[in-house]
Design a protein around this ligand. Structure first.
Ligand code: PMV
Length: 326
């Protein structure tokens, strides 16, 4: 067989529930209007030199009628890499979709998701599955880990605008997750109560999203950030960014993802432009993303332009490094 295949998947932002989701509590995540695209081609000179990317490709191809070692791979993305916005989950899912298109295998949505979860484990050990589930859903989801996980599509009463801002601090998922696991082992009575409270905040956030009560959603995000700080996963830079967002009038703000660097998410409401301007003035990259708008689903099969950021190889246990086009 000779041929080629293309697949793409969106990045995600965790609105509420990171970390406590690992300990069995619910979480809410949404896809963002940024995507990653994989192009695979059968090639005599296999181009996948990076060991982790090769392992991911092999995991994605497991059991499919294709020789993964004969494939070259091209990855384009405008999902900021390695900062908690789901770039490795999007890569995992896009790989699976590209292999589906290359081999003609018809994978159900559930097969795509569970196969992509196994691929994501190649990048950063055993994950809760939240990132892949969010990317696969192309919308807003409620997620609880389990075998199988509980994944429900949430319907925001009104679309709402988030601001995502990047700290540029290097980070990994495994580091903060491992350190919190150690803290929880030392003081289970304290941390298990905090995780329970984090779950209550996620439930309150769900009600706020479904009833269109943005002020309550913002309050839930602020409370969630307080707990995440207590989990020890914030940094001075992230704290400064939270203060910038709130100072510019955001309805709520929190770190998003594993923390230890990476991104924050703010609920901009009517102050979305002002929040972005405040980040610009402080020298942080920030961009808006709309949650609950229908057009995101229509982007499912879009192709990224040549100006898109190009990934070369995973730089850390978390995901691929980025190289901007020359
Ligand atoms: O990889 P990140 O930064 O999106 O973090 C994933 C969310 C965690 O809850 C911290 C880990 C997990 O596996 O759910």
């Amino acid at each position: 067989m000779t041929g080629s295949g293309v697949g793409s998947a969106p990045g995600k932002v965790i609105l509420l529930g990171e970390h406590s989701v690992v300990f069995g509590q619910p979480a809410i995540a949404a896809t963002i209007a940024r995507r990653l695209e994989v192009r695979l081609a059968e090639s005599a000179a296999s181009a996948v030199g990076d060991a982790k990317l090769r392992a991911a490709l092999e995991a994605a191809a497991d059991g499919l009628p294709v020789d993964a070692s004969s494939l070259s791979i091209e990855i384009r993305s405008d999902v900021p890499p390695a900062c908690g916005l789901g770039s490795s989950a999007a890569l995992s899912l896009a790989l699976v979709r590209a292999l589906g298109s290359l081999t003609g295998a018809s994978l159900s949505k559930q097969e795509e998701r569970s196969r992509a979860s196994r691929v994501e484990d190649v990048f950063h050990g055993t994950a809760s599955g939240l990132d892949v589930a969010a990317s696969a859903a192309d919308g807003v989801i409620w997620f609880e880990r389990g075998a199988p996980p509980t994944i429900q599509a949430l319907r925001p009463r009104e679309p709402f605008d988030l601001v995502i801002a990047l700290s540029s601090e290097p980070r990994s998922t495994a580091g903060p997750v491992g350190r919190l696991r150690e803290r929880q082992k030392r003081r289970p009575e304290l941390f298990d109560r905090m995780f329970g409270l984090a779950g209550d905040i996620v439930r309150a956030g769900r009600e706020a999203i479904e009833s269109g009560d943005l002020e309550s959603l913002g309050a839930s995000m602020d409370c969630a950030h307080g707990l995440l700080n207590g989990f020890g996963v914030s940094t001075p830079t992230l704290e400064r960014m939270i203060a910038i967002a709130r100072g510019a009038g955001a309805l709520g703000a929190k770190l998003s993802g594993a923390g230890g660097g990476g991104a924050i998410v703010a609920l901009g409401g009517e102050r979305t432009s002002a929040v972005i301007a405040a980040f610009d003035a402080a020298g942080f990259e920030a961009f808006p993303t709309r949650v609950g708008a229908v057009d995101l689903a229509l982007r499912q099969n879009v192709s990224l332009s040549d100006e898109g950021v190009r990934y070369e190889a995973p730089a850390s246990s978390r995901g691929p490094a980025v190289e901007r086009p020359r």
